[in-house]
Design a protein around this ligand. Structure first.
Ligand code: SF4
Length: 307
């Protein structure tokens, strides 16, 4: 679908599973904008769009997408918008056929929002919140400057579920670096076991030019997790998940491991707990292959983006 470049303000980022969704921008940028690994919204200042502007975009989106089956609302933290319940209700009126309306959410915002506000948003028709957990390890979260501790993540999950939302948590494989991948794996599993999300989505850390993490990498303050240890991290993480009714996905290109121009690992996906053993066998096979391919094991160039 071709989206016009003027007269319609589409969010620049969305989860991969929202590729076919109508995209509507409620806010611009990120009100936090300090995570050391993130370059997504660095070029702009955060602003909550005025209600009239959002409604005009919703009507334009209807013309562009027609009867969309799903709708994604950007940018990084829609729940900070004071008019969000009214916006969601207007979207539902304008897109009565939509089966799903979702958005990104920051844990700190959900923790600060009252149960009544969250319930209003849910009752207006928002179905799912996508949270960036990144890590359940307090040291890693601090290093990433995520602005949320493990306790915030668990509290946000509890409040979101109490309001009736489905919740999806993103885990950033490799975020612990060479020195902390075990703690990152174990504590991420611990937080997710408490949060009990409907979805877990794995992303692998890629260091982007110009970020604080890039600086830390250059000074040697941060060392990337080598490929074999990254797979061991995933194994340790999955082994320690104790969840019912959760789907784990690796729906991102960053999870791939390559041997020359051949992908030897595409990540894992499946229902928990039913498909846990199958997913672990996939990781085991990749570990065996990575041991052979990535010798010596500290060759990590594949994690760097081309600059
Ligand atoms: S909260 Fe999300 S969008 Fe904002 S800086 Fe952190 S990772 Fe980027």
């Amino acid at each position: 679908m071709e989206i016009p470049l003027s007269g319609y303000d589409a969010p620049p980022y969305r989860p991969p599973n929202e590729a076919g969704s109508a995209l509507i921008r409620v806010t611009r940028g990120c009100p936090w904008n300090r995570c050391t690994f993130c370059s997504m919204y660095k070029r702009g200042r955060f602003r909550a769009k005025p209600l009239g502007e959002v409604k005009a975009d919703v009507l334009t989106a209807r013309e562009i997408y027609g009867a969309a089956a799903s709708i994604f609302l950007g940018d990084s933290d829609s729940l900070v918008h004071k008019d969000f319940p009214e916006i969601v209700a207007f979207i539902r009126e304008t897109f009565p056929e939509a089966r799903r309306v979702t958005t990104y959410a920051r844990a700190g915002t959900v923790v600060r929002r009252s149960p009544d506000f969250l319930l209003k948003v849910r009752q207006a028709g928002l179905d799912r919140l996508h949270f960036g957990l990144e890590s359940g390890d307090p040291v890693v979260l601090e290093r990433l400057c995520k602005g949320a501790a493990p306790g915030h993540m668990m509290e946000a999950a509890r409040k979101a579920k109490a309001a009736g939302f489905e919740i999806s948590f993103y885990v950033l494989c490799g975020a612990g670096g060479r020195d902390r991948w075990r703690e990152h794996a174990l504590n991420s599993a611990r937080v997710l076991n408490a949060a009990s999300p409907d979805f877990i989505r794995l992303r692998t850390l890629t260091v982007q030019f110009g970020t604080e993490l890039d600086d830390s990498l250059r000074t040697g303050e941060f060392e990337l997790t080598p490929p074999r240890e990254r797979l061991e991290e995933i194994r340790l993480f999955v082994e320690n998940l104790d969840l019912e009714g959760c789907f784990l996905a690796s729906d991102h290109l960053t999870n791939y491991l390559w041997e020359g121009d051949t992908v030897i690992y595409r990540g894992i996906a499946g229902e928990l707990p039913a498909e846990k053993e199958r997913m672990l066998r996939t990781v085991e096979k990749a570990i065996a292959r990575a041991s052979f391919i990535f010798s010596p094991p500290d060759k990590v160039e594949i994690f760097l983006l081309k600059k």
